[in-house]
Design a protein around this ligand. Structure first.
Ligand SMILES: NC(=O)c1ccc[n+]([C@@H]2O[C@H](COP(=O)([O-])OP(=O)(O)OC[C@H]3O[C@@H](n4cnc5c(N)ncnc54)[C@H](OP(=O)(O)O)[C@@H]3O)[C@@H](O)[C@H]2O)c1
Length: 259
């Protein structure tokens, strides 16, 4: 580790191995494509295997490398196996993008215990377990790494109170996870950061718009984001340019929410 960089800025990710959760749709799929396009070998994960296969085919056809692995992030054995698969296929995971997530979409008093457990397990327990599994191996290999947690602007604000309190709670927990693990692993050159998106086009957002209507009209710019508008933030957080940045969650929300 050095205090000053003298190299030319680059987003060349050749030699990096990236594991992306939630790569079957929305933001995670885009993140997998972007990392592969910049040279990382990508392990794309999610529960819907046929979608993973088509993503891998697409990435391979574009000249990248992608290995699809079915992973339900609520299953700790599957987490260990996925990281093991990544390491035996491409080498140690040096970039982890914790993107898999789920909404609760219900009022707090109306949620079943199963749904409560699922939201906690998917949005908070899984990123913790995955981060530890990846970091443990990086530390053993004496390799630097980057972890990017996909939080939400709802970690900072819960507007309207029309369902989504637990989502907000788990994303706030993910921010604290980001901050705490960044401190614990700074000495190992493992940077842990987050992105807190506002509203972007995805299946999750489609469901929300169906439920509560098109809220974008109330945003200052009257629009929601395209996943590609997160490319630069992701690339920044996994590139040498951000080597001094750790324990930070970057809000990318087009000014949709109050500060
Ligand atoms: N779109 C937005 O406006 C927005 C805003 C703020 C934050 N986010 C965050 O961005 C992330 C991606 O969301 P998205 O908007 O792209 O929604 P999406 O299109 O619904 O994608 C959700 C992804 O999570 C995966 N997933 C859910 N539960 C899983 C589980 N148990 N195991 C493995 N994978 C699981 C899904 O894969 P499978 O179903 O195939 O398993 C899917 O790939 C989430 O963490 C979300 O909270 C999104």
């Amino acid at each position: 580790m050095t205090n000053q960089r003298t190299s030319v800025p680059t987003t060349d990710l050749a030699g990096q191995v990236a594991l992306v959760t939630g790569a079957t749709s929305g933001l995670g799929r885009r993140f997998a494509e972007v990392l592969a396009a910049h040279g990382a070998k990508v392990v794309a994960t999610g529960r819907r295997v046929e979608r993973l296969d088509s993503l891998a085919t697409e990435i391979d056809a574009a000249g990248g490398s992608c290995s699809p692995v079915q992973l339900d992030v609520t299953d700790s054995d599957q987490i260990t196996n996925a990281v093991e698969h990544a390491e035996s296929t491409f080498g140690p995971v040096t970039i982890l993008v914790n993107c898999a997530g789920m909404p609760d979409a219900q009022h707090a008093t109306k949620m079943s215990l199963d749904l409560i457990d699922n939201v906690f397990d998917t949005n908070l327990r899984a990123p913790y377990l995955l981060s530890c599994e990846v970091a443990r191996r990086l530390i053993a290999h004496k390799l630097p790494g980057r972890i990017v947690n996909i939080s939400s602007i709802n970690a900072f604000t819960y507007v309207g109170g029309r369902g989504g309190a637990l989502y907000s709670i788990t994303k706030a927990g993910l921010n604290r996870l980001t901050e705490s693990l960044a401190v614990e692993w700074a000495r190992f050159d493992i940077n842990v950061n987050g992105i807190a998106p506002g509203m972007f086009v995805s299946e999750m957002t489609d469901g929300m718009i169906e439920r509560i209507g098109d809220v974008s009209r109330s945003f200052p710019r009257g629009r929601i984001g395209q996943p590609s508008q997160l490319d630069s933030t992701l690339l920044y957080l996994v590139s040498p340019e951000s080597e001094f940045v750790t324990g930070t969650v970057i809000k990318v929300d087009d000014g949709q929410t109050p500060r």
